[in-house]
Design a protein around this ligand. Structure first.
Ligand code: DX5
Ligand code: ZN
Length: 232
């Protein structure tokens, strides 16, 4: 399994103190920034954008994984890479020519990712696995922070890791949505190696980013039930 990494979901940061939060994220040793882009069509909401990415770049060098919750994302791939995306993640459900879109992301020098909504089966990826660097398994329906986990998605993570191993592929599996202190250990155990930290963990309002990051690391370094006992 590729190395374990945390990706801070910037949509959950305090935008009035964004620079402060970015420094806290980097100081806490968080490895990546998760950038949610929503177009008000693929999902019924709006989120971050290209200008915001460029502003973030000026004070933070962490790699950005850009999650495009956007219809026909192939229209915008090049612009997100220009704005600094290290990973561009498109939804399987949003692009008609998935293989071409992934190949274009790689050709432009970024890593190519696909996201699957909770209802979308893994078999849709059968013929594009070689074109992939990262698989993002949505553990909630995309579009909003603070939602409940869709339990069947844990089984999907386990089946995805098994499918990749059977094909001899060591890709990143990222999980996004309600990655809580309690759920994170189970997600790792199922085979995820990148956790998107949102309001349920890194930006949990009851503690600071650095305390939340430490608590999340502790939860995933111990056994899968540690988080439940640690509940406050
Ligand atoms: C949507 C977002 C959220 C986000 C929220 O696609 O990416 O799922 O990370 O994190 P939570 O669920 O912890 O508020
Ligand atoms: Zn996301």
């Amino acid at each position: 399994m590729p190395p374990l990494r945390l990706s801070a979901s910037l949509a959950c940061a305090d935008w009035l103190h964004l620079e402060r939060d970015l420094r806290a994220i980097a100081e806490a040793g968080v490895e990546m920034l998760h950038i949610d882009i929503m177009d008000g069509a693929f999902v019924p909401n709006f989120a971050l954008n290209l200008d915001m990415m460029r502003a973030v770049r000026r004070v933070c060098t962490l790699p950005m994984d850009v999650h495009l919750m956007v219809e026909a994302p192939e229209r915008y791939v090049a612009r997100f890479i220009e704005a600094g995306a290290a990973y561009v993640i498109v939804h399987q459900e949003a692009t008609r020519h998935l293989q071409r879109t992934l190949a274009e992301i790689r050709a432009l020098g970024a890593r190519a990712g696909v996201a699957l909504n909770p209802a979308t089966p893994l078999c849709t990826l059968e013929y594009i696995l070689e074109d992939l660097d990262l698989l993002l398994i949505m553990t909630v329906n995309p579009g909003f922070t603070g939602q409940k986990l869709v339990p069947a998605t844990l089984r999907k993570v386990a089946e995805a890791r098994a499918m990749l191993q059977a094909r001899g592929l060591d890709l990143d599996i990222e999980v996004d949505g309600n990655v809580s202190f309690e759920a994170a250990p189970r997600m790792i155990q199922a085979g995820a190696n990148i956790l998107v930290g949102g309001t349920s963990s890194l930006f949990w309002p009851g503690a600071s980013i650095s305390e939340n990051a430490a608590r999340l690391r502790k939860a995933i370094q111990t056994d899968p039930h540690a988080g439940e006992m640690d509940k406050t």
